[in-house]
Design a protein around this ligand. Structure first.
Ligand code: CP
Length: 302
């Protein structure tokens, strides 16, 4: 595997190798000196055409912990604003002798397009509504850390499924690992092809919570909405919002996750997001080690 474009292309063995490599990098990150020389000969460009906090910073930290040279590109302050194309932009960055490109783009398939046209390794850091593979890897790794083997475990993905690349990558990954997967959202926020993904569908958030071992809650992606009929944020919060009392009422352990950024008071109340049920900041912490593993393994294929 030369690129990480999506979860769909990974085998269970690839995923297990990423997880066992992540275990090793988690150990490295506990040491006083958190750095290893593994990628000291490589230069990596983080090319972001969409906003990001967690993914961009954790890729940059992962690259620096592996001793790579790092350059960061943000479309909003670049010559993209003067009309330069995606391919020209990346070819120009590569002309500066860059070995790997981490790309986030609003168009589904942008990383696949690049991978066909350039020599560098390409890592998908989120392509439109399509996939966000490293997010799914860090989500599954964090679930496994908390509740063990995911085979047979019940995972509910609750929120805006239609516009979410996190939902799709999570579904692909969790199904590969043998989990039972449910999506829970208003009917207007489900993709038309949901029936082909092998997941249960629920529209009652209390029933979804009662069913699952893990609730992975997604935000409403206002920036991607093109449909006219849609619940308002107030309606969404009223019927689908999750608070701590709903989780406590289950009277059994439930793991609460969210990839971030959270819209507090919409999909999650603050008392739920900050409760003992939540592993949201563990997800962020694991993101660095997971991305170190992905970068390290791809570098080994060079
Ligand atoms: N989870 C995630 O992708 O967050 P960012 O958009 O901040 O990178």
């Amino acid at each position: 595997v030369r690129h990480l474009l999506g979860i769909k292309e990974l085998s269970v063995e690839d995923i297990e190798l990423i997880f066992s490599t992540t275990d090793q990098f988690k150990e490295v990150l506990q040491r006083p000196i958190k750095k290893v020389p593994s990628l000291r000969d490589l230069t990596i460009a983080n090319v972001f055409f969409e906003n990001s906090t967690r993914t961009r910073l954790s890729f940059e930290l992962a690259e620096k912990r592996l001793s790579a040279d790092v350059v960061n590109f943000s479309a909003s302050s670049s010559s993209v604003k003067k009309g330069e194309t995606l391919l020209d932009t990346v070819q120009n960055i590569l002309a500066m002798k860059v070995d790997m490109v981490v790309i986030r783009h609003s168009s589904p398939g942008a990383p696949h397009f690049l991978a066909k046209h350039i020599q560098a390794n390409v890592i998908n850091a989120g392509d439109g509504t399509h996939e966000h593979p490293t997010q799914a890897l860090l989500d599954a790794y964090s679930m496994r850390e908390k509740i063990g083997d995911l085979a047979g475990k019940r995972i509910a993905i609750i929120g805006d499924i239609l516009h979410s690349r996190v939902a799709l990558s999570n579904i692909f990954l969790l199904k590969k690992l043998g989990s039972e997967v449910m999506v829970c959202s208003p009917p207007t926020l489900l993709p038309k092809h949901i029936g082909q993904l092998g997941v249960k569908v629920e529209h009652d958030v209390r029933k979804a919570l009662a069913w699952c071992d893990v609730a992975n809650v997604l935000r409403i992606q206002l920036e991607r909405q093109q449909i006219k009929y849609f619940p308002s944020l107030r309606e969404y919060s009223l019927y689908f919002g999750i608070n701590k009392a709903m989780l406590d009422a289950l009277e059994r352990p439930i793991v609460l996750m969210h990839p971030g950024p959270i819209n507090r008071g919409v999909e999650l109340s603050s008392d739920a997001a900050d409760s003992h049920h939540s592993i949201i900041l563990d997800q962020v912490e694991n993101g660095v080690a997971v991305r170190m593993a992905v970068l390290y393994l791809l570098a080994g294929q060079r």
